[in-house]
Ligand binder design. Structure first.
Ligand code: ATP
Ligand code: ZN
Length: 588
């Protein structure tokens, strides 16, 4: 339907151009070629023998041609003997042919027809182009099972993401098993994280491990195409996939399709495409065994509609690799390369802070190319050094290693502060992971789970949470001095303020302020100088406490921070092990 409309518009445009062109043509022709003779002039021309031909018609005007080839037009006398007079004066009379005027009209019509035809042709051409685009999409052949060489063995690091994806292999292979128990098999998974961290690789590995076909498209393919085509592409993609049965559909750059709709920058076309995708996904039967994996660098900009249950309801973070993962990735990508014996990949892993998997792969590849160019026997450290700068050339901060050194140290102390205070004041809390590798959520990372089986939070719990939140800043101040504290604590301060505020305004946990809910008394936006003063006083006390805890355990803080600098990521066991050692006095 929409395609026809499109074609119609193209034809119309061409016709209008044709019309304008022919009008212009006739205007010119009129002026230059056609003499408008009065009847008297015509007669005198005849008498002088200047008229060659006259086209006789039953119109008010007749045309003719002079001896010199000039066309003319004059009034038709429509007298009985007109033809005779002409013939007597040696004028050729053409009766059967239409007059020039008519010829003009005919040629005019010809023009239009020609242009019309051209229009249709062009629109056919453009629809050919659309159909080419279309077929580009419908031609997405499933990469055959046998051709997906990627398995989990091709992915180093990313252990958590890998585990979540591994779960899906069984869903793909035996969906019936899960439907038997009434379980909803996941349909969509979003992999999010910085570029080049192996999201595509993970999706491929899923297909490779489950031995099913793999279809890949990119969200940006759907942008700037003809109206309605995006949705059509989605439908044909899924149709194809269904025909194959079990498979993995990979949609890279899903954000190009599924950005949050803000109502202002709404784009009908992407909306339509997104809706088609959502419709297709809710149309799966539970045991169809199709899993859609989408990738994005930004989870926060995605439309909520995408993240609802039954759609992309699993979200897996794929982060930058830590030093161990970098080592693994480097090993993986130098397996088939002749490295000189003195190259230490472990050291190289330490030097490639913030490198993504793709950058590490590129580093090894560039080195190999340099070595090959020189016909060197081995890839030498000099090749790697050169390649290093090629890989980071596009980065904004060229001297990144210098900048990152102090950044890393501050981050390490900050994160170690959080972890240590947690361990010391709330050992029942679970510290799942501490890292100094930036994530999409911000610099560094620290995750802590409060035991989920608590129904209420005690005043002590809340105070502990505040201290844990303040511990990052406290560690920075303790180690680097008050002047060198950073903006890295902004989220922590926000969190601490929320807790203090709710304790005092809402939960009646402050003696001075009393057991009143101030939200009820003067709304959530209420401003009360006394409350703010009290919040500040409580916060100051807690901050001093936190600094004291860290100061008293400074050696532990330094040991943890140094371990973080070395390993970049520590899990709970690592932290426990370290603390045990220190407590037992073996590491002081
Ligand atoms: N964890 C990893 N292990 C091994 N190789 C990796 C890893 N991460 C990335 N690579 C290498 O980088 C290349 C690019 O990775 P991939 O295309 O999967 O990244 P991506 O996260 O999908 O990136 P983008 O967000 O830019 O699409 C891979 O083909 C692989 O060579
Ligand atoms: Zn922090």
């Amino acid at each position: 339907m929409r395609l026809n409309k499109k074609r119609l518009i193209t034809v119309m445009i061409v016709l209008i151009i044709g019309l304008l062109a022919s009008i212009a043509y006739f205007k010119v022709w009129d002026k230059k070629e056609i003499l408008d003779l009065s009847y008297n002039e015509f007669i005198s021309n005849i008498k002088q023998g200047k008229v060659k031909t006259v086209y006789l018609v039953d119109d008010p005007k007749i045309n003719g041609v002079l001896q010199d080839g000039t066309s003319f037009i004059t009034d038709n006398p429509r007298t009985e003997n007109f033809k005779e007079i002409l013939l007597i004066n040696n004028v050729r009379v053409e009766e059967n042919k239409r007059s020039l005027m008519i010829m003009n009209i005919i040629s005019f019509i010809g023009f239009i027809v020609a242009f019309g035809a051209m229009g249709v042709f062009l629109s056919k051409q453009s629809s050919k182009q659309t159909s080419r685009e279309f077929s580009k999409m419908s031609n997405i052949e499933a990469i055959d099972q046998g051709n997906i060489k990627v398995t989990f063995a091709n992915i180093a690091g990313n252990d958590e993401a890998k585990e979540s994806i591994m779960d899906l292999v069984d869903f793909l292979q035996n969906p019936e098993k899960y439907t038997k128990y009434g379980a909803r098999v996941p349909r969509g998974v979003i992999l999010y994280g910085p570029p080049g961290t192996g999201k595509t690789l993970l999706a491929k590995a899923l297909a490779g491990e489950a031995n099913v076909p793999f279809y890949a498209v990119s969200g940006s393919d759907f942008v700037q195409i003809y109206a309605g085509l995006g949705a059509g592409r989605i439908r044909s993609l899924f149709k194809k996939a269904r025909e194959k049965g079990k498979c993995v559909i990979f949609i890279d750059e899903i954000d190009a399709l599924g950005k949050k709709r803000d109502g202002i920058n709404g784009n009908d076309e992407t909306d339509r495409t997104l809706n088609a995708l959502l419709t297709e996904m809710s149309g799966f039967h539970d045991n169809e065994g199709i899993i859609v994996i989408a990738a994005t660098n930004r989870l926060d900009i995605l439309d909520d509609a995408l993240l609802r249950p039954g759609r992309f309801d699993r979200q897996i973070e794929v982060g930058l690799p830590d030093v161990n993962a970098r080592h693994e990735i480097l090993k993986l990508h130098s397996k088939t390369k002749p490295l000189a014996g003195n190259i230490n990949l472990e050291k190289l892993a330490q030097q490639t802070v913030y490198f993504s998997g793709a950058q590490l792969e590129s580093l090894m590849n560039e080195s190999a190319i340099l070595a090959a160019k020189e016909n060197a026997d081995y890839i030498q450290i000099t090749h790697i050094d050169k390649a290093f700068y090629t890989v980071i050339a596009g980065e904004e901060k060229k001297d990144r290693s210098a900048i990152s050194k102090i950044d890393r140290e501050i981050t390490a102390y900050h994160e170690a502060g959080h972890a240590l205070v947690t361990k010391l004041i709330a050992p029942e809390n679970k510290v799942t992971k501490v890292t100094i590798i930036p994530s999409t959520k911000g610099a560094g990372g620290f995750s802590m789970n409060i035991p989920p089986d608590k129904m209420y939070r005690s005043k002590k719990d809340m105070i502990n949470s505040i201290k844990i939140a303040l511990a990052g800043r406290a560690a920075e101040e303790l180690i680097y001095g008050e002047e060198n504290i950073t903006t890295g604590a902004s989220n922590d301060i926000e969190k601490a303020t929320q807790i203090v505020g709710s304790m005092i305004k809402q939960f009646g946990m402050n003696k001075k302020i009393g057991m009143l809910n101030y939200n009820v008394l003067h709304g959530y936006g209420g401003f009360d100088a006394e409350i703010i003063k009290e919040c500040r006083a409580v916060m100051e006390d807690l901050y001093e406490d936190t600094k004291k805890i860290l100061g008293d355990n400074r050696n532990l803080l330094e040991i943890l921070a140094n371990e973080l600098l070395m390993k970049e990521t520590l899990n709970e066991e690592d932290i426990n092990r370290l603390m045990d050692k220190v407590m037992k006095g073996s590491l002081v």
